[in-house]
Structure formats: structure tokens, C-alpha cells
Write a protein of this length. Structure first.
Lengths: 216, 312
């Protein structure tokens, strides 16, 4: 019988190879062997997507591969999630996410949402073309600890400054992450956000870092 | 201002100075105090805006418009209009894996969608731009971007999982591009570009299979019209830049993320013109880098052999 580590590696490798059938098979074996579903998600599926993020950063994987890997991962989630124990679903934090007003791109945002959810965060996804004030209203409604704002275009990215200002006024304790193609560290500094993630492999660590910073 | 200088540079020739091609686009509406929506719906305002921008920026060439939603809208996609930006495509008729043929989608005619407005804007703009010795540039939406307008995000996985469907989409897109190129040629555009921003998001093999073949019909039209052809691509396209160089255009244009010296060397290897790469975000929008210094650096890197100064 394969060890738990072997099966987790199979799950991980199948995600990276965007092998949906392989992920399903390994996830089913994992459950049949009686292993903990949460560990299967974090150490198998999420670990696989983190590797995918690294491959994307290294320009070995591109958008099509990342999307295919996300589909494979989702197939694994569909098998493992029903086996989570009641205590497993305790949230690590609440995040409001959205693509900013004027912008309808959401590939990156959706992958970030997936990574955060499988890592145990509760995500309130506002979708695309989100009016500036809606980010604040949702933060107030959900009492989320962090907001993530996405933009794909330089023109729409400029609106992030306004959203950050509104958030700081309404809920100064909230962490603010920005992301998207035109965003860089210089812009995070200039807009006075708290952080950004270059890829799916970074986003969970960046969220944890910013949350720790804001609660310190 | 000199349109011939621009044409020579785009054809990879040496020029006395680097020509200047500002992609004024919707900025032209702002400069004449109009909203984007009012501007793009009025041929008179577009002509006024383009001529004003050409004069203000002392352009050697200027796009009639920089709006990649025209083709999708002419096919039947719905648009969302903005006050300060070009419209967004918000419906994707092929998103349930029905091909354009199955849905009865047609290649646009001169009467489709916004083409009557664009054609009239071109007709009104041309004399003024000619008087300024400024080339009029027509920009067509590229095949992969157009396919993503029609099919949505799924096209990025269809190129792997449903290749036949993806090929149907791209084949149709190629026909549409050829029609757009024909319209711009009839307007008298001296330069016609094919703009495919999302083409930087795929690997080289995917680019060769799903982009290169589907610009060829458009390129034939441009060549037959005697116009100069350019392929424009956004984002970090390093891994597909050789494919861009082999696509068959006279020139290509890249964005601020690329190193201009590297781009220059590659363009020279293939005997092509190349345009770029003022930093739109860091310099022109945010001023984190001095635009003046950025221009000097770009001019120094680009030189005067096939180089066109343009925003990245």
C-alpha cells in the first residue's frame, strides 16, 4: 500500500501535470485509505498549485496551464471537501476580493480566491467592475480582516488609490493587498497598500504576512 | 512630422531620427474634454480628437482609435461603456462551446456594429492628418484576443482540451481581422496593426499553432493595399518574441516590461521595425520615472535603425 506521503505526492504531481483524472484517482485512493481530508487539500492540492505558481513565475507555465491545473485541483477538491471534519472548516481569516471598477478581468482574481479558500480563508468575492465604495461596504458587512483589489489595466489600477483611501478611513485596521498585471512593489509603496502577490504561490504567505502585520 | 519616416522605420530601414508614434487612443477624448463614450460614438469628435492629438504630440503617425472591442461588437458581443475608458466586451456568445458557424455569426460588413462610425471617422480624419504629414494607423483586434471576446476565458484551455473548437474560433477570427484590415485600408491607413494583448499569455508552441496562422489573411490584405503591417503585443512576451518576429509583419510593438536593447537586437536579426517602449505605468501615468529621462533612454537604446518611439 502506498504511504500517505506517496499519495500526497501523486495528488501534487497530478495537479502540476493538469491531469484531472490522475487527481481524482489519487484523491479517491487517499480517502479510501482513511486519511485526513484537510491534509489532502493543503499538502496535496494546495501544494500542487503552489508549485504551479512557481512555474508560472519562471515562465514555464502560462495562463492556459494555470487554468488547467486549477481545474484539476477543483476536481480533487470536489472529492476531498465532503470528507472534511466539522472543526476543519474553521476560517483562518476573512478576505473581501474584487476586480476594480472599470475592469472586467478576473482570471488572476479567481485563482487567488481558489488558493485562499483551499488554505482555509473565507472569501467574499465581489466579482468584477466593483465600484470603489462596494469594497468598503462589504468590509463593514463581513467584518473581514483583509481586502484584495485586482486590476488588469493601468487605467483601472489608478482607482486603487481611491479604494485604499476609502478603506483606511472606514476601517483602518484592515489589511490591503493589490494585484494584477500592472502592479509592482513600487506601486504598492506609492499607493500605500500593505502588499501584493506576484503569483498564486505567493498569495497565501502574503495574506498571512499582512494579517500578522495589521494585528501586531 | 513625417509619415514617410515612420513607414521607413517600420520597414526596418535607417532613418535620420526615430519617428514618434503616440498611441493617443482614448486620451484624445480627454484632451478635447469629451467622455470616452461620447467620443467613440461620434465620427466628428473622433476626427477632431485625432487631429488635435496629432498636432499636440507632433506625431509622425497616430492611431485612428485604440479600441479592441470594435470587431467583437460588430459580430454581436455586448459592450459596457465607460466615461473614461474604451468599452469592455461583456458577452461571449461562444462560451458554451458552440462555434461561430453553429451560431450563425457573420464576418462583419461596413454596416456592422460601430463600423459605420469608424469608417466615417477615418474619412473625416484623413485630410487633416495628411496636411500634418502624419500617418493614420488602423488597429485590428488580434486573433487570440478576439477569440477570447467570443468564447470567454475558456479559449485558454480549449487550445489544449478542445483543439477543433479552438481552431474554428481562430479561423473565424482570422476572417474578421481580414475584414477589419480591408476597412482600414479603404480609409487610407498607411499603417495597419494587429493587436493581440493576450497572445503573450501562451507558450511559444501555442502561439505558433493558434496565433501565427490566423493573422495571415489580414496580412495579405494589408500587403495588397500597400500598407505597412505591425503586430502589437502586451505584457512580458519574452518567450514568444521570436514567434512575433516570424509572424510576417513589417514590424512589431511591445510594452514597457521588455528590455529595449534585447528587443532591438532581435528586430535587427529579423530585419524588422520595432516600436516601444516608454513606460506607460511607471513614467507616463505615475511619474515614478521621469518621462523625459525614460524617453532619452528609449531613444538611446532604440537608435535610428528600424526604431519607432512609442509608449510601451
Amino acid at each position: 500500500m502506498p504511504s500517505i506521503e506517496d499519495i500526497l505526492k501523486s495528488i501534487h504531481d497530478a495537479v502540476v501535470a493538469y491531469d484531472e483524472e490522475g487527481v481524482k484517482k489519487a484523491a479517491e485512493l487517499y480517502i479510501d485509505e482513511g486519511h485526513d481530508a484537510l491534509r489532502g487539500i493543503t499538502d496535496g492540492l494546495a501544494a500542487g498549485m503552489a508549485t504551479v505558481g512557481d512555474l508560472f513565475k519562471a515562465q514555464e507555465y502560462y495562463v492556459p496551464e494555470v487554468l488547467l491545473c486549477a481545474e484539476a485541483m477543483q476536481a480533487g477538491l470536489d472529492i476531498l471537501t465532503p470528507h472534511l471534519r466539522a472543526g476543519d472548516s474553521k476560517s483562518r481569516g476573512r478576505v473581501v476580493l474584487g476586480t476594480i471598477q472599470g475592469d472586467i478581468h478576473d482570471i488572476g482574481k479567481n485563482i487567488v480566491k481558489l488558493m485562499l479558500e483551499i488554505s482555509g480563508f473565507t472569501v467574499y468575492d465581489l466579482g468584477t467592475n466593483v465600484p470603489y465604495q462596494d469594497f468598503v461596504d462589504e468590509l463593514v458587512r463581513t467584518e473581514a480582516e483583509l481586502v484584495g483589489i485586482s486590476a488588469m489595466m493601468t487605467t483601472t489600477m489608478m482607482g486603487m488609490k481611491k479604494v485604499i483611501q476609502l478603506v483606511r478611513e472606514a476601517r483602518p485596521e484592515v489589511g490591503i493587498l493589490i494585484g494584477g498585471a500592472p502592479v509592482s512593489r513600487e506601486i504598492v509603496k506609492m499607493f500605500k497598500a500593505d502588499g501584493f502577490a506576484l503569483s498564486a504561490s505567493d498569495v497565501v504567505d502574503e495574506v498571512k504576512r499582512v494579517l500578522a502585520l495589521r494585528t501586531a | 512630422m513625417s509619415k514617410q519616416l515612420l513607414i521607413d522605420a517600420l520597414k526596418g530601414k535607417r532613418t535620420s531620427r526615430a519617428p514618434w508614434l503616440p498611441y493617443a487612443g482614448i486620451n484624445s477624448a480627454f484632451l478635447i474634454n469629451e467622455t470616452a463614450e461620447n467620443y467613440l460614438k461620434s465620427p466628428e469628435l473622433m476626427a477632431k480628437g485625432v487631429e488635435n492629438s496629432a498636432k499636440r504630440y507632433r506625431a509622425d503617425g497616430i492611431p485612428l482609435m485604440f479600441d479592441l472591442s470594435v470587431e467583437a461588437n460588430a459580430i454581436g458581443c455586448e459592450l459596457r461603456w465607460w466615461a473614461d475608458n474604451v468599452p469592455s466586451v461583456v458577452s461571449h456568445p461562444c462560451s458554451r462551446m458552440e462555434s461561430p458557424g453553429q451560431l450563425g455569426l457573420k464576418v462583419p460588413t461596413r454596416e456592422s456594429g460601430r463600423w459605420p462610425v469608424v469608417l466615417e471617422a477615418g474619412r473625416l480624419s484623413k485630410p487633416g492628418l495628411d496636411a500634418l504629414d502624419c500617418a493614420m494607423v488602423g488597429l485590428c483586434c488580434g486573433p487570440l484576443t478576439l477569440a477570447s471576446h467570443l468564447a470567454g476565458v475558456r479559449i485558454f484551455t480549449d487550445v489544449y482540451k478542445n483543439k477543433e473548437f479552438a481552431r474554428d474560433m481562430l479561423e473565424f477570427a482570422g476572417e474578421v481581422i481580414a475584414a477589419s484590415a480591408q476597412f482600414y485600408a479603404e480609409m487610407g491607413c498607411e499603417v495597419i496593426g494587429i493587436v493581440d494583448p493576450v497572445a503573450s499569455q501562451v507558450r511559444s508552441e501555442t502561439f505558433q499553432e493558434f496565433v501565427t496562422p490566423y493573422v495571415q489573411k489580414g496580412l495579405e490584405v494589408i500587403k495588397k493595399a500597400g500598407a505597412c503591417s505591425v503586430f502589437l503585443i502586451c505584457g512580458d512576451c519574452t518567450k514568444v518574441l521570436e514567434d512575433v518576429c516570424q509572424i510576417g509583419t513589417n514590424a512589431f510593438a511591445i510594452d514597457e516590461q521588455l528590455n529595449l536593447s534585447y528587443v532591438r537586437d532581435l528586430a535587427r536579426k529579423y530585419g524588422l521595425g520595432f516600436a516601444g517602449n516608454l513606460k506607460l505605468t511607471l513614467a507616463l501615468s505615475l511619474g515614478l520615472i521621469s518621462p523625459r529621462e525614460d524617453a532619452i533612454v528609449s531613444l538611446a537604446a532604440g537608435g535610428t535603425h528600424g526604431f519607432v518611439l512609442a509608449p510601451g
